[in-house]
Ligand binder design. Structure first.
Ligand code: GLN
Length: 572
């Protein structure tokens, strides 16, 4: 029977509930337990695929094609594991499942009501995601006191009854403000969060106190008295330079042991934090630092949301940097700036490397193509992710192959040279306007070409071997086998996650190849058509593009091969 750790947040959002939950997961893994994490999102959207990334942060894509909230990404990055889409619950999914079942006559004769049907559905989903694990962390999105997370708290109490009190604990993560005019840490909002939680019958077993500074004895006493919990269970988690420091700090407070003791358990193995510590040290004090430009479209979004819409890219650069002992200084450049003033593209001279990330629509596209052109002609390392590969192909078609009006039909449906075109399977979907969850999503295999720079990176980082193992597993799973497509008998194949509707138009491949572009990997669909997954240029220090989003498979201690290669090239 799995043990459940329910994590809820008090006072306000954005205090690091996700990274704290992920850190607890990492800690329990280190103590020798099979651990997973579930995120509950109380919004009515079915999934995060249709939310605005510049407002909500980047959409996370799982191996099995879920479009999910970023927290699942945080878990994967800390815990170095693939987490499936079923580990994310939204209010929309819960209600849709219950209503669909009602329409299908499954409740015939019954009145379908909030209680018991909604909590029942929540519980079943949590249990379904928990089966093979020792520990399951359930993070409840939003803040205690939000109307919309009440059903989930109610379901937790009900889950507690069915699995037994001794198999469940609650952790409250709260924030202690230090108002600047008094310079004193305040516990009142935390006291209120504790009281609000008690209205749902929940009394936290641990309280983790986020704040600018460490908690002092006086505040600690106040909180423990108010919450009526033992002193050692009030844990201080002050601000730090990098989130990857959090598991180390929590372990210094012996959180792992304390949680285990609360369940009446002991560690299965002595945790070994040496490797992790070294990586954290390299993130904090790297040997040297490189400047990277991420050229994207940044519209109508104040200064704050920027980094959030490309979290996974930031993190991937950081993981690669930690491995190579290089600090990464990221600069966000708006591609529209280059369109307004053509000479401004020379600012790119200052950068060690240029990334063009994923994107949609026509805004800023010409500016991105200018940046790619600059990287190609000036031998600056370049990494193109998804739209980045597509635009790099267009740039090459225009300026090397002389196909002047090369374009993507996403920008110009009537272009005379559709070098990038919509995938055949997507045409009908777009005509019908069925946008939710219908892109080419999740992991797909790519067969790699021998002697390419990209294949070498997958070999060097050990990723090829990992992916081949995973491919063998997928081949046995009837429901996921389509992700492999047709693999030749002898193959070197890798798996990355995707989220796109367009692709390199096969009609232009020969022409592009004849001018020196290398297609380093392809996916062969079950109908025999091939989709180009990678490009590279041989006579350039690092000019690499992928139709995938390798940033979704980069973890602390296990960086993504393409980011690793990119950072390495930037250092040179
Ligand atoms: N807009 C492009 C497509 O749909 C690229 C998508 C992306 O970058 N994720 O194919």
């Amino acid at each position: 029977m799995p043990k459940y750790i329910v994590v809820a947040g008090g006072v306000m959002s954005g205090v690091g509930k996700g990274v704290t939950s992920a850190s607890i997961g990492k800690i329990l893994q280190e103590h020798g337990f099979k651990t997973t994490a579930i995120k509950i999102d109380p919004y009515i959207n079915y999934d995060a695929g249709t939310l605005r990334p510049t407002e909500h942060g980047e959409v996370w894509v799982t191996d099995d094609g879920g479009e999910i909230d970023q927290d699942l990404g945080t878990y994967e990055r800390f815990m170095d594991m693939d987490i499936p889409r079923k580990n994310n619950l939204t209010t929309g999914q819960i209600y849709k499942a219950v209503i669909d079942r009602e329409r299908a006559g499954k409740y015939l004769g019954e009145t379908v009501q909030f209680i018991p049907h909604i909590p029942e559905e929540i519980k079943n989903r949590i249990k379904d995601a928990s089966d093979e694990y020792d520990f399951v962390i359930v993070e409840i999105g939003g803040t205690i006191g939000d109307y919309e997370n009440i059903p989930f708290l109610f379901a937790m109490k009900s889950l507690e009854r069915s699995v037994g009190e001794k198999n469940m604990i609650y952790i409250l993560i709260t924030y202690l403000p230090i108002p600047s005019h008094i310079e004193e840490m305040k516990t009142k909002p935390t006291q209120q969060a504790i009281r609000l939680l008690s209205e749902s019958g929940i009394f936290p077993d641990f309280i983790i106190c986020r704040a600018k500074k460490p908690l002092d004895i006086v505040r600690k006493k106040k909180i423990e008295t108010y919450a009526n919990i033992i002193s050692e269970h009030v844990i201080s988690e002050p601000d730090i330079d990098t989130v990857y420091q959090i598991p180390l700090d929590l372990e210094r407070e012996k959180l792992g042991e304390k949680i285990l003791r609360q369940f009446g358990m002991k560690s299965r193995k002595e945790p070994n934090w040496e490797g992790w510590k070294k990586l954290v040290e390299k993130i904090r004090a790297p040997k040297n630092t490189i400047k990277i430009a991420i050229v994207g479209k940044y519209i109508d979004i104040g200064d704050y949301a920027l980094a959030d819409s490309y979290v996974s890219i930031n993190q991937s650069l950081m993981h690669a940097g930690a491995e190579l002992n290089v600090g990464i200084d990221i600069n966000w450049l708006d591609s529209k700036m280059f369109e307004k003033d053509k000479n401004s593209v020379s600012v790119l001279k200052k950068y060690g490397g240029i990334i063009v990330p994923g994107g949609f629509g026509s805004s800023g596209v010409e500016g991105k193509i200018m940046a790619i052109n600059y990287a190609r002609e000036n031998n600056i390392p370049f990494l193109g992710l998804c739209y980045g590969l597509q635009l790099a192909t267009i740039e090459f078609a225009r300026n090397v192959c002389g196909i002047k009006d090369a374009n993507t039909t996403e920008v110009n449906a009537k272009t005379g040279a559709p070098v990038i075109d919509v995938q055949v399977s997507q045409k009908d979907i777009l005509d019908k306007g069925m946008y939710g969850g219908t892109m080419r999503l999740g992991a797909y295999a790519a067969v790699m070409k021998e002697r390419t720079k990209i294949l070498k990176l997958y070999e060097e980082t050990g990723r090829l071997a990992d992916d081949e193992k995973r491919i063998a597993e997928l081949a046995k799973d009837k429901t996921q086998k389509f992700r492999l497509g047709i693999l030749p008998k002898e193959h070197k194949a890798v798996l990355e996650r995707h989220r796109h509707r367009y692709e390199v138009n096969p009609a232009y491949i020969q022409q592009l190849e004849s001018k020196g572009m290398i297609f380093s990997g392809y996916h062969e669909r079950e109908d025999g058509t091939k989709l180009m997954e990678y490009i590279e240029l041989p006579n350039h220090p690092y000019f690499v593009g992928t139709q995938a989003h390798p940033e979704f498979k980069s973890r602390m201690g296990n960086p993504s091969p393409l980011f690793y290669g990119f950072v390495k090239a930037c250092v040179k």
